[in-house]
Design a protein around this ligand. Sequence first.
Ligand SMILES: [Zn+2]
Ligand SMILES: [Zn+2]
Length: 94
Amino acid sequence: MTGQLQLAGGGGDEAKCVTCGAKAVGPCARCHAPVCGNCCELTEGGAKTWALCLTCARSGAGSLSRGWWQVVLWIAGPIVLLALLVFLLEILAR
Ligand SMILES: [Zn+2]
Ligand SMILES: [Zn+2]
């Protein structure tokens, strides 16, 4: 009988950086690709600091304003909905 237990993957659950192939330290916040410490850029979005891969950091250079729009919509959305509700109630009350 030969030993049937063999290490199948060779302990390969270490993610590799998509940019340079080095050992990754974490996933990109946007595309979730593993990146190493040298190939990510830290972006401060609100209270949190995100690590973005270089591709996302470059393509997302103008997306900070989009992030701000999302914040504005988050705050303004419920207010507009409430205003609509009040408006409808006033019409119905007539
Ligand atoms: Zn890298
Ligand atoms: Zn990315």
